[in-house]
Design a protein around this ligand. Sequence first.
Ligand SMILES: Nc1ncnc2c1ncn2[C@@H]1O[C@H](COP(=O)(O)OP(=O)(O)OP(=O)(O)O)[C@@H](O)[C@H]1O
Ligand SMILES: [Mg+2]
Length: 459
Amino acid sequence: MSEIQITITRGGKAGKQYTFNDRTVCVIGRALDCNILLPDDDQHSTISRYHCLLDINPPEICIRDFGSLNGTFVNQNKIGQRDASEDIFRAQGLIYPEYNLHNGDKIQLGDTELEITVVSEGTEKDLVEHTSRLEHKINMAEASQSDPLDKVNKMLQQEDNTDQNELEQELIKGYVIRKELGRGNMGAVYLASHQETRENVALKVMLPRVEASSRAHKQFMRETRNTRLLKHKNIVQVYDIGCHEGTWFFTTDYCEGGSVARLLKSKGGRLPLSLALKIYLQILDGLAYAHQVKVPAIVLADGTTTSGVGLVHRDIKPGNILLTRQEGIWRAKIADFGLAKAFDTAGLSGRTATGVSAGTPYYMPRQQIINFKLARPEVDIWAATATFYKILTGCHPRNYNKRTDPWLTTLKMPPVSIMERDVSVPQNLGEFIDRVLNDKPKLAYQSVRDLKTDLLKVL
Ligand SMILES: Nc1ncnc2c1ncn2[C@@H]1O[C@H](COP(=O)(O)OP(=O)(O)OP(=O)(O)O)[C@@H](O)[C@H]1O
Ligand SMILES: [Mg+2]
């Protein structure tokens, strides 16, 4: 297993060492919540409060300056312009340049110097795995324009094979693809129907950004199995899970109304209060259930499992709220439960999780950036309320602009009061939303039940 070590070699905290052995991000600066906190004194006055961000997926690591006043230097070179030889993914429109770091590289921020050590165990197996990851990355970059449908068809036609059984993976067979429903960062979603029962399902195809080891596959499988436990009217039900040549497939409820993101687009960006409120309350019902569900197998950091309570989504946003008509009424359902977390935990999202090509932190509280793996109910509560805010106003809670790295904006800027966006939002409700979204110093609500109790008082 690979590891990244960061040692402060010069400056007030010289000698301090940090070790990272799984997928994470790390913010360096003088703000109290930085992961690598530098002293807030005269000697460090040229360092910004949030100075730069390290995006880590051992053995890979890259750095991004947050547009700091005095810049970030790597081996004495100021970073700020993309090096054409850098990672090919960067070429796909990344506005905020990232630099790959290598073993022995030195980062300078003011008088502080940090040295990067990339530790690979160096066994033959590790080397083979690393080489194949790199090769796979190049192949993926080349194939990124190719159609995921080819993979689906191949998978649907394949015969049983023993490798699949070894990885405890089930096959999704007997479905016919009807049409594409949409695409996201990780792949595509198709409408499929069962050959015999004719029942419609959505078939989701997830393309990992790095080649997965069998350990990562098992971990992903274990986590996504848990999501199949979720059975609630406001959660999209997952049925089958399968994997073919590193591509994951899921069959889920088909939601003919599409996503709330699409509905917003078709209605000019926002919805009336009564409808927005219905959607918000339904999301909260789904979350309240999931946060309390009994889970027989939770994977711990050391790889062992235990039983416990509650699953957290970690990626609530309008694109993950789907609409379906049941018993004559429209219903909102939360999609992709736990997928973002499972993908990250298994290291399948690659190192680019903070890159522009891989999503944005519009629906994240500040705490989720600082503590990348934060998977607690309060993260979903914040994101659900940010989704409600977006549905009501057409805006994200924070003001993002093209010149500022959105990750820095999420860290630094407070949400804008909803009443400033839209004066027609009732004052009691507006104050409530502002209170939920205020993430400094800490998040206001830890449980959906408490939030709902207070919400009902202001309606
Ligand atoms: N179960 C479903 N029923 C109907 N349409 C769906 C279903 N799942 C997804 N879709 C459609 O496919 C689109 C793409 O979904 P996908 O989950 O791949 O991406 P996303 O959620 O929009 O973005 P991201 O990849 O960042 O999560 C959705 O926006 C939605 O319109
Ligand atoms: Mg989705």
